[in-house]
Design a protein around this ligand. Structure first.
Ligand code: SAM
Length: 385
């Protein structure tokens, strides 16, 4: 009797499973093909464990924890949308403006410091930037940005460390600025928030990403500032920029495509560690040198350029900078002076992902060894998480 009931139930289940599915469409689930055997996130971690344990030695375990922790956002205040009111509201949430804190709590540079400094200029021009983060240990999240009375969004959520390259660029009022790899546009928006750009060229090879950049600009920046004479958005190959507009810009930001270490440990989608993108990943340093060289060529003699990545890899940082400097010297007789990083973000950044943005990891790598000549540009290099 029991056997009969079991058979009856099995028959019912079979019918329920297949009754509505035509025979030709029935198939067995193939787990192997649906679930990747080695998820890209795992491949990324394996790769970092191999390379960074050598590169960082004893520091790697704590850096690893930091990379694997949840990302901590900063709220970049939109000065075009009643910035003071927005700041007051963010203060009520008990968030703090780390830019101002860093400016006012900056330790004096030691005498004889080798850190040749664009710093006073950098910070002098940065007060217009306001970026709020929650204090160390506070894992609160910001509410989504809202549309203000002027029809513009009140703040932009971004990794707070992403602001550091913009601060380091040391914009001066009236500067002509190039953002060579600009999309989706967090740093472009920050550049505009300084109020220093006489005109800004924001470029990105990817047209879908420049569309996102355009949407960010529409949501945050008033039309008169977005005016074509002031903000120009293009989708060109940044590697060609030096030929197109050589010696043109006072300030250039080269925020290159990279292994986006933190993102690669958390997201499968679009991961550069997918097996199908192995070649692309291996070629990154070549692309990075080409982009940095193009940025250097586009910089006016005496101008400043910041090279930034979201990777800790020496191959994508120090070696790229060195490669580009050699290329400029050998092929164009252009000398590049490299500054040690002097930006010391306040203690507010020291948690979650941003804990890497402390002086240990945020530093320029090459000594300021190259002599300035009549045709030279200054390079400030950081690697930013
Ligand atoms: C790290 S993301 C830039 C992020 C951006 N600066 C921001 O703050 O939102 C690197 C960008 O480089 C772009 N890119 C890749 N190859 C490029 C090229 N040859 N020329 C210009 N942009 C390129 C990618 O489309 C990508 O949007």
């Amino acid at each position: 009797m029991a056997a009969l009931v079991v058979r009856g139930v099995r028959d019912m289940l079979k019918r329920a499973d297949f009754a509505t599915v035509p025979r030709r469409q029935r198939h067995k689930k193939k787990w192997a093909s649906t679930e990747p055997k080695f998820p890209a996130t795992r491949l990324a971690l394996q790769n970092f464990d191999m390379t960074y344990s050598v590169q960082f030695g004893d520091l790697w375990p704590s850096i690893r924890v930091s990379l694997l922790s949840e990302q901590k956002y900063g709220a970049l205040v939109n000065n075009f949308a009643a910035g003071d009111r927005v700041s007051a509201e963010l203060e009520q949430l008990k968030a703090r403006d780390f830019v101002n804190e860093a400016v006012f709590h900056r330790e004096p540079e030691p005498e004889n410091s080798q850190t040749a400094a664009p710093s006073p200029a950098s910070w002098a021009c940065s007060p217009n930037l306001r970026c709020f983060t929650f204090t160390r240990g506070d894992v609160s999240r910001f509410p989504p940005a809202r549309l203000g009375s002027l029809g513009l969004m009140d703040y932009y959520l971004m990794d707070a460390a992403s602001l550091l390259p913009v601060l380091a660029l040391g914009l001066q009022p009236g500067d002509t600025v190039l953002d060579l790899c600009a999309a989706p546009g967090g740093k472009t928006l920050a550049l505009l928030q300084t109020g220093c750009c006489r005109n800004l060229a924001a470029n990105d090879l990817s047209t879908s990403r420049t569309s996102r950049l355009q949407r960010v600009l529409h949501s945050y920046v008033p039309q008169d500032v977005r005016d074509k004479n002031r903000v120009r958005v293009t989708s060109w190959d940044g590697r060609k920029w030096g030929e197109l507009e050589g010696d043109t810009y006072d300030r250039v930001l080269v925020d290159v495509p990279c292994t986006t270490d933190r993102h690669s440990l958390h997201e499968e989608e679009n991961s550069i560690f997918q097996r199908s993108r192995k070649k692309e990943r291996q070629m990154l340093p070549v692309l990075q040198v080409q982009l940095l060289a193009a940025g250097l060529l586009a910089t006016k003699p005496g101008g400043h350029i910041v090279y930034s990545t979201c990777s800790l890899s020496h191959l994508q940082n120090e070696y790229v900078v060195q490669g580009a400097i050699e290329l400029l010297d050998n092929q164009y007789s252009i000398k590049v002076q490299v500054f040690f990083a002097v930006v010391v973000p306040g203690p507010r950044l020291s948690s979650g992902a941003s804990s890497l943005a402390n002086p240990k990891s945020l530093r320029a790598i090459l000594p300021a060894s190259q002599a300035l000549t009549s045709h030279s540009v200054c390079l400030e290099q950081y690697y930013i998480m």
